[in-house]
Structure formats: structure tokens, C-alpha cells
Design a binder for this molecule. Structure first.
Ligand code: MN3
Length: 206
């Protein structure tokens, strides 16, 4: 999907809507995937409608260099293209608790140990970063082009692609991701996500 081009289509959830319960409830997943994600898809297609040159680019190519986008369409593409990219990565980053890769392995585990000292220390820092997001945004474990890992917060639907980085994992901390179940308790939502997060088995899959 990430290498797809215009016109974009909503990718199906890779698991059942209730598969992440009790940590993320089915109603939230229906709204989040079928409504919010679909809206970003529709709005991105609308934003690209008049730009055949941009329709030929992949989503990553579109988002990597926002300065190159036509000024009249730039904000719509950053917001909605970012919404498509981030949601695709987020939903594919999750898996049912008994099937998910809660702990990274191999090269990714090695990089986490090198960058943060240990996986437990990384979890602490990542959780703190997610709690620090003010307003809407994401906390991202980003792998840079230099092979370094960093924890980055991005506002709204910005992505880490302009930093020449890709997300290894990311937490959606917009209120729409948790409010139906957790209300104002963002910290409980973040604690819950760790049970259904699934690390990629290899950095080459990013
Ligand atoms: Mn979201």
C-alpha cells in the first residue's frame, strides 16, 4: 500500500476489529479505520486530482520533500497524505496481544540497546515522549538514513519522512485513537498499547 499511487484505496485492517481488545475496543477501531482513515484517503485523492505529475509519485515520494509540492496543494497533501501514511503504519504496527512481537529481535533490538541502553529503558523514554505530545500527534521510533534510532514527536499528521527517516513503531495519540474507551486517560491508553504493539522483525521491512 505504501508504494501505491493515486488513486489511493483504504487498505483492510490486518486483523479483526475486536482483535486488540481489551486494550483497544472494536468501536474505536471501526471509527478509527473506517471513518478517520477513509477520510484521509478521500481527501488525499481530492488534493491530487488536478496534479497528474504528483499522481505518478508514490506516497513516500510525495511526503519526503514537501518543499517541492505546489504551494496551493502542499498543506492538503502534508495533512492528508501524512494521515494515510501514519495510519497505514500505525494499524500495521499493532497485532492481537497473543500474536504480537512485543519485543524487538535481531538488528532492531541491537540498535535499541545501543541507542537507549536497554529495551526497558527505551519503553520508559518512549512512554514519556508519548505523554509529552501536546494536542494531536504521534510518538515515533524513527530509523534515520544513517542507521540511527531516535524517539521523535510529530504534530498533527506530519511524518518523519522529511527527516530522511522511517518509523519503526509509532503511537497515534490523537484523541480519536482512544477517547471512546479511555476518555481523558491518555496514560492508560499508552500503557495498553504496549500489549498490542508489534515490532517489525527486520529493519529491511520498513
Ligand atoms: Mn488516528
Amino acid at each position: 500500500m505504501i508504494n501505491d499511487r493515486y488513486p489511493y484505496a483504504l487498505p483492510p485492517l490486518p486483523y479483526a476489529y475486536n482483535a486488540l481488545e481489551p486494550y483497544i475496543d472494536a468501536e474505536t477501531m471501526h471509527y478509527h479505520h473506517d471513518k478517520h482513515f477513509q477520510t484521509y484517503i478521500n481527501n488525499l485523492n481530492n488534493a491530487l486530482e488536478k496534479y497528474p505529475r504528483l499522481q505518478r509519485l508514490t506516497l513516500e515520494q510525495l511526503l519526503r520533500n514537501p518543499e517541492a509540492l505546489p504551494p496551493a496543494a502542499r498543506t492538503a497533501i502534508i495533512n492528508n497524505g501524512g494521515g494515510v501514511y501514519n495510519h497505514y503504519r500505525f494499524f500495521n504496527n499493532l497485532a492481537p496481544a497473543d500474536e504480537s512481537m512485543h519485543q524487538p529481535i535481531g538488528a532492531i533490538l541491537g540498535m535499541i540497546n545501543t541507542s537507549f541502553g536497554s529495551f526497558d529503558r527505551f519503553k520508559e523514554l518512549f512512554t514519556k515522549s508519548a505523554l509529552d505530545v501536546f494536542g494531536s500527534g504521534y510518538t515515533v521510533l524513527a530509523l534515520t538514513g544513517h542507521g540511527k534510532l531516535a524517539i521523535v514527536n510529530v504534530p498533527n499528521q506530519n511524518t518523519v519522512l522529511p527527516m530522511n527517516a522511517k518509523p519503526v513503531i509509532l503511537f497515534d495519540v490523537w484523541e480519536h485513537a482512544y477517547y471512546l474507551k479511555y476518555k481523558n486517560l491518555r496514560a492508560d491508553y499508552i500503557k495498553g498499547i504496549w500489549n498490542v504493539i508489534s515490532f517489525p522483525v527486520s529493519a529491511s521491512l520498513l
